[in-house]
Each structure stands twice: as C-alpha cells, then as structure tokens.
Write a protein that binds this ligand. Structure first.
Ligand code: PMP
Length: 392
C-alpha cells in the first residue's frame, strides 16, 4: 500500500512541559478550586454507566436538590458550561412560535433572546437599563400583555452586577399560565434561592462559579410543570445532546434503566460531587451570609478609595459580582494589567452594556474570603495611584 507522507509533524509546543501559572481569580469566574476538589479529579477513571459511577451521580443529584432547594424529580447536569444550560432550557421548552418573554437587563438576557430566536420562539423582550432590575408590577403587566408560554429571567446579571428579586414572580407566572425559567449561573450558592417555594419551573447554573468546581457542568432542574410541557410537545426537541428526557434518563430521574446517551465527563462529576459535599458541610445559610459580609467589606473598602459602584441601590446588588465604575480619566485596562502583572490577580473589565465602564470583581465560593477582599482593595489602591502617576 502507498505510504502517504505526513505533511503535519509533531508540534514543537507539545514537547515542552505543560506550564500553568498560579493566579488568584477574582473576576466573574471561573474561580480557584479547593485542593479537595482538585484531588477528586485524580480518582481512578470509571465507565460512565458503572454502578459505582451512577451512585456518585445520585449523590450529585442530592447535592443539587439541596442547593436548588427542590424536590423535583428531574435534577441533572448538561455536560457543558453555563451556556449549555441556557441552550438546554431554550431547546426543551420552546416549540416553534411559542411566545417567550425575556426580561433583559444585561448581556445574559441578550444571549437568551438570541438562542430563543434560533429555536423559532416568538421572542418578546422587556428591558431595564443596565444595573436595574424588574419589579413585580413590571412583570405582571408584561405577562398580561404578551401572555407568554415562558418567562426567562437572570438572577445574578454578571455583566452589570444586578440581583433580580424572584420572590412572587413564580406565582404571577402561574396566574398567567406561564413557565418561569431562571439563570442562576453567577448567583446560586451565594444568595438565597428556593426553586420550589418560589415556584420556579426551570433553573440552571454553572459549576465554575460559587460551586467552585472546574468549568464543565451545567446543573439544572425541571419541575413537573416544565416536564409536562416537554412531554406535550408536538415537535421533537431539536437537540439530541441537550434533550432533557435523555438527560433525565441518564441521570436516573425517570425510573427507567439508564441508557447510553453520552459519555458523562467522569472526572468532572467527581469534582462536582466534592464541591457539593463542601457546600453541604458549610450549609447554605452560612454560604449566603459569607457572601453578603465579604461583599459588604468590599463595598466599604471601595467607598474609602473614593470609588463608586455601578449598581446604586445596595438591595439590587449581587454579592457574587461587584461592578465598580471606572473613574473619569482612568484607563481601566491599565488597572487590570497592574493586578495581573504585579500580583497575578485577575479582576475583569465590563461586558456588554458595562464594557469600558466598570471593573468586575467576583466573590464566589472558595474565593469569597475577607483576606481576598483585603488583597483586592490594597492592589486597587496601589494600582490607582500608579496609573494616575503614569498619566501625569
Ligand atoms: N449566565 C450568567 C449569568 C453568567 O454569568 C454566565 C458566565 N459568565 C453564563 C450564563 C454563561 O456561562 P459559561 O461561560 O459557563 O458558558
């Protein structure tokens, strides 16, 4: 047989040892992960349907029920990041021409609307300025006007730092015959969330934020109302990979024997299991108060530096992501570069409507400590003094 000459040779870059610097990740995610979670990933590989592995998946499910505060049957993960959870929400809930109302006050509402269009939803948008949130009155009138099948909201808008109150929204949705889907990627575990008590029908989050596991898993839950809509579909779910009926089977939620859907990311599931175990050990009340008190310490320290927050009303701020206004005349990139080059600390710039206007500091899970707040504040003080010196 003819030997084909290889045109592509082994890359030089892969002959070097893998090199990864140690950085403190104080942006909006991913966050640093505890050693216990790192170590979990070194456990032996198992088959993705082995009983020892499906038992670990069951433990993950129990942990997720605790952090979502739900007794829903269908609690599972999409193997992917937060966007995969968003995509799964859209593709399972929307049938062509279903009216979906998106409460948009930042980039995540924009992304959700983009995805909803791709699934041929009849997309309606209500908007609030960046940094603001929706009142029950706003939502009630929009629900009356649009009569949507689905309302989509974001609890922690990480592009603006806003925290959407959710209490009461679920019962409004039930009054209007609407399903309520909530993105909690940037907030879950850092602020109160009660899926069942707040009558939320679909929720998803991401593993790399407060949960403090590596990016790779999008935990989600669908309650019986949401599953009833899925089961009543006249058209097939347009994605095999994010089909909630398949995922529910693989995660052992439908009472049927597990079938091969996809190869679960085994080591990532170990990591998630350990991260959830740590959250359960600490307890949600303690997690919530740790996030609140560290955020308050950050607000106070920033005020002492003469800096203003992008979200004026403290009640409308998510403690997990703080948006800080860039003062006039300061080049924000010089400050983020100062953090990184001198201290290997990440803080990030704005995103979407806040791009160029703010810095974003994350206080999430493992990284949410008073020591890290002090570190960010002292570097910020030094950076501002240096950057101003450079200017003059
Ligand atoms: N929703 C929100 C509120 C987020 O903050 C993020 C990530 N920053 C996402 C969705 C998307 O998550 P991922 O980057 O993990 O896909």
């Amino acid at each position: 047989a003819e030997v084909i000459k290889m045109d592509v040779s082994q890359p030089q870059s892969l002959k070097k040892a893998l090199s990864v610097p140690n950085k403190l990740l104080m942006g909006p995610g991913p966050v640093n992960i505890p050693l216990r979670v790192h170590n979990a990933m070194m456990k032996p590989m198992l088959g993705h349907l082995h009983p020892e592995f499906t038992e670990i998946m069951d433990e993950v499910k129990e942990g997720l029920r605790y952090i979502f505060q739900t007794k829903a049957n269908v609690v599972c993960c999409v193997s992917g990041t937060g966007h995969a959870g968003m995509e799964a929400t859209m593709c399972n809930l929307i049938e062509p021409n279903d009216v979906i109302l998106i409460a948009q006050n930042g980039i995540w509402g924009e992304r959700a609307a983009d995805m909803a269009h791709r699934h041929d939803g009849d997309v309606r948008v209500i908007e609030k300025p960046a940094g603001d949130v929706f009142s029950l009155h706003d939502l009630d009138s929009a629900l009356s006007q649009h009569k949507p099948a689905i309302l989509f909201m974001v609890q922690g808008e990480s592009s603006t730092g806003a925290l959407q109150p959710l209490e009461g929204v679920g019962s409004l949705c039930r009054k209007h015959g609407t399903l309520l889907a909530v993105d909690t990627v940037a907030s879950l575990g850092g602020v109160p969330f009660y899926m069942d008590a707040w009558e939320i029908d679909v929720v998803y989050t991401g593993s790399q934020k407060v949960i403090s596991a590596p990016p790779s898993m999008a935990p989600m839950a669908f309650n019986d109302r949401a599953m009833a809509k899925v089961h009543a579909r006249k058209t097939p779910i347009r994605s095999f990979y994010t089909d909630i009926t398949w995922l529910a089977n693989y995660w052992g939620c439908d009472g049927l024997p597990r079938k091969y859907h996809h190869t679960g990311p085994v080591s990532s599931v170990y990591a998630l299991r350990e991260a959830l175990s740590m959250m359960c050990e600490e307890g949600l009340e303690s997690l919530w108060s740790r996030h609140r008190s560290c955020a308050q310490k950050l607000y106070d320290g920033l005020a002492d530096l003469g800096l203003q927050l992008f979200v004026d009303d403290p009640a409308k701020r998510t403690p997990t992501v703080t948006t800080i206004c860039v003062p006039n005349g300061v080049d924000w990139t010089k400050v983020t570069k100062y953090f990184m080059s001198k201290y290997r600390v990440e803080i990030s710039g704005g995103l979407g409507p806040s791009a160029g206007k703010v810095w974003r500091v994350g206080l999430m899970g493992y990284n949410c400590t008073p020591e890290n707040v002090d570190k960010v504040l002292s570097i910020m003080k030094e950076a501002l003094a240096n950057v101003s010196k450079l200017k003059s």
